[in-house]
Design a protein around this ligand. Structure first.
Ligand code: PEP
Length: 253
């Protein structure tokens, strides 16, 4: 399982470093099976990397450009992230698709570039409210997934199902809605890659301490991508604790 925090465009330098230290302290545990990562704004990656050193908390970035280098003002290459010790990078987040016009074809380029630099892409897919209400959400999400994986050969990635209508809205998918989409995504990944069935599929969209346990109880949920609640170390740690409890419950079965 993996619980990753997307800090988005929030926090001063001091607040980012302070939150990283608080997260390290709050999630500290013996090595267990729940991976924990934080994805600060790009400008604070180096400072946060320093604070995470020697901890179990991994570093993720929120974006990457597919080109290796060149005239792409304001962008960051995958090799630069790798240089800083970044292990994950979010690609295809709905905010980038909607606000910055990123297409699935462009997202697929990012997935390939990230993998080439040994970063694990966290590939986000999800439907809008209109698409859900049309009854075609599953077909739409699976098409987005297929297009975002164009020419991707490696199964070294994480997928995040993030219904757009649940992001930052306080409205979360029901455990049944999330499970149904995760099962469909798992089926598509199994058909797409030899090891596709083992790809971790996170849920994202208003995950909070009080709804995490019921979401993690679903068999095809392998963790969460957390926005708002990741900005508070105690809330984020409570979500990590819910993931650990669900793993313990699985082990006991
Ligand atoms: C996100 O932006 O990836 C996200 C899941 O945000 P929130 O948890 O705030 O809905």
């Amino acid at each position: 399982m993996l619980v990753a925090g997307n800090w988005k465009m929030n926090l001063s330098h001091a607040d980012a470093v302070g939150l990283a230290a608080d997260v390290v302290a709050a999630v500290a545990a013996d090595a267990d099976d729940v991976g924990v990562a934080v994805c600060p704004p790009a400008i604070w990656l180096d400072a946060v990397a320093e604070r995470l050193r020697d901890s179990e908390v991994r570093l993720g970035a929120q974006n990457v450009h597919p080109a290796a280098s060149g005239a792409f003002t304001g962008e960051v290459a995958a090799s630069m992230l790798d240089d800083l010790g970044v292990e994950y990078v979010i690609v295809g987040h709905s905010e980038r698709r909607q606000l910055f016009g990123e297409t699935s074809a462009f997202v697929a380029e990012k997935v390939r570039a990230a993998q080439a630099a040994r970063l694990a892409p966290i590939l986000c897919v999800g439907e809008t409210l209109e698409e859900r209400e049309s009854g075609d959400a599953e077909a739409i999400v699976l098409a987005q997934l297929a297009d975002s994986l164009a020419e991707v050969e490696s199964a070294d990635l994480v997928v995040a199902y993030e219904p757009v209508w649940a992001i930052g809205t306080g409205r979360t998918a029901s455990p049944e809605q999330a499970q149904a989409m995760h099962a469909a995504i798992r089926g598509a990944l199994a058909a797409r890659f030899e090891e596709g069935e083992d790809i971790e599929i996170l849920y994202g969209g208003s995950v909070k301490p009080d709804n995490a346990a019921e979401l993690f109880a679903q068999p095809d949920l392998d963790g969460a991508l957390v926005g708002g609640a990741s900005l508070d170390a105690a809330s984020f740690a409570a979500i990590v604790a819910a993931a650990r409890a669900s793993m313990d419950a699985d082990d006991a079965c």
